[in-house]
Design a protein around this ligand. Structure first.
Ligand code: HEC
Ligand code: HEC
Ligand code: HEC
Ligand code: HEC
Ligand code: HEC
Length: 242
């Protein structure tokens, strides 16, 4: 009777324990892979090497996004400016500002802008905020050249003193617009104007549809632009996963 259970069952508790460890580890990995990035991404606002302020440069000084994100209408990635781009102005403006010490270091000059002997120019290490997973294909130029504004995907960057991740940029987020782009489309010259207001624009420009009726809402205007420009965002998997 003592050997009613075969010998191998002595190992059973161990096997169960090992299995449990794998299951728990697997679940944790799956959870952090699927759930955490999406849940925690919105609001992500890392410290940057320089307290660069979009609200000041865009809203107050009136700079265009393309001055710094110069490949946004030409290629897949928007691009982040080099130290030289900042230096165009800050060689002359706010010369001694302590806030700009990392910029001077990147340019290899001291507080009085005298070259530091032996210093090498090195890029500023901006912390990346928006990053799609590797299996996603995304192209900026395909959007901004078709009347989709930065604002639709990045929010009110022009009001941000410090950039945060504003929209989820999840698959559902992409598809919501691919299914109904009329809710977002705007005239090409307004893509970089984050103060754009569709109703105001329509009122001022007296836009009419093909029947000669006044267009008054974003949706009506979006439908008109979609038709005129024959915009058909794709929903097939291969569009974004190739
Ligand atoms: C004078 C240069 C400058 C201008 C003009 C500018 N930006 Fe930026 N932008 C930066 C720098 C530098 C960073 C990286 C540091 C940071 O996040 O603040 C950045 C970061 C960003 C990011 C986050 C990038 C990431 O890592 O995911 C977005 C989105 C962005 N800018 C959008 C815009 C938009 C939209 C405009 C126009 C309304 C604009 N920027 C105008 C310099 C500029
Ligand atoms: C077109 C000119 C221009 C460019 C390009 C530019 N800035 Fe500025 N920046 C200014 C002006 C003007 C001010 C405000 C000066 C003032 O308030 O007295 C300023 C202020 C600042 C300040 C605040 C300084 C302080 O002590 O208050 C920082 C930090 C700054 N800029 C960083 C940057 C960075 C980083 C870049 C490049 C990504 C950049 N700027 C590109 C014109 C520019
Ligand atoms: C249709 C949505 C969408 C629009 C419109 C859009 N972005 Fe982005 N942006 C993204 C996504 C998604 C990423 C992450 C891309 C990646 O990881 O490949 C991103 C990343 C960025 C980055 C950081 C990485 C890079 O590409 O260099 C910057 C800077 C940026 N966007 C600026 C802009 C500016 C400026 C505009 C408007 C002129 C704009 N974006 C319009 C969705 C958008
Ligand atoms: C606010 C609206 C909007 C959002 C959000 C949006 N798209 Fe698009 N997308 C469009 C429009 C409009 C087009 C252009 C369709 C056309 O030209 O007929 C497009 C085109 C594309 C294309 C085709 C580009 C090419 O080379 O043919 C890809 C890929 C794409 N989007 C991926 C994405 C991804 C990935 C996201 C989410 C991160 C996204 N889009 C979010 C509106 C949007
Ligand atoms: C308009 C662009 C777009 C299209 C079309 C698209 N996807 Fe995605 N997909 C994405 C983006 C963006 C992500 C990344 C989501 C994130 O970052 O959390 C994603 C993520 C995924 C994931 C990872 C799990 C998840 O939900 O995050 C799977 C699986 C997937 N897509 C399958 C598909 C299939 C199957 C199709 C066709 C029916 C499809 N996708 C069509 C943009 C797209």
């Amino acid at each position: 009777m003592a050997n009613f259970f075969p010998r191998w069952t002595n190992l059973l508790p161990l096997k169960i324990a090992v299995c449990l460890i794998f299951v728990v580890a697997g679940l944790t990995a799956a959870f952090s892979y699927y759930a955490t990035p999406k849940a925690q991404r919105v609001g992500y606002q890392p410290d940057q090497p320089i307290d660069y302020d979009h609200a000041l440069h865009v809203d107050q000084l009136g700079m265009d996004c393309r001055y710094c994100h110069s490949s946004v209408d030409k290629s897949a990635s928007a691009g982040v400016p080099t130290a030289n781009t900042c230096w165009n102005c800050h060689e002359h403006v706010q010369k001694g500002s302590p806030k700009l010490a990392p910029l001077r270091a990147a340019m290899g000059v001291d507080e009085d802008h005298a070259p530091i002997e032996g210093a090498v120019k090195k890029p500023i290490k901006w912390v990346r905020i928006h990053k799609s997973p590797d299996y996603v294909y995304f192209d900026h130029s395909a959007h901004v050249n078709r009347g989709v504004s930065c604002q639709s995907c990045h929010g009110d960057i022009h009001k941000m003193e410090k950039v945060h991740h504003d929209k989820s940029l999840s698959m559902a987020f992409c598809l919501d617009c691919h299914r109904a782009p009329e809710n977002h489309l705007r005239p090409l010259e307004e893509v970089y104007n984050l103060d754009y207001n569709a109703e105001k624009y329509l009122l001022e420009n007296e836009i009419k549809n093909e029947e000669g009726e006044r267009v008054t809402t974003q949706k009506q205007f979006g439908e008109l632009l979609k038709k005129n420009w024959s915009i058909h965002p794709k929903e097939s998997c291969a569009t974004c996963h190739r």
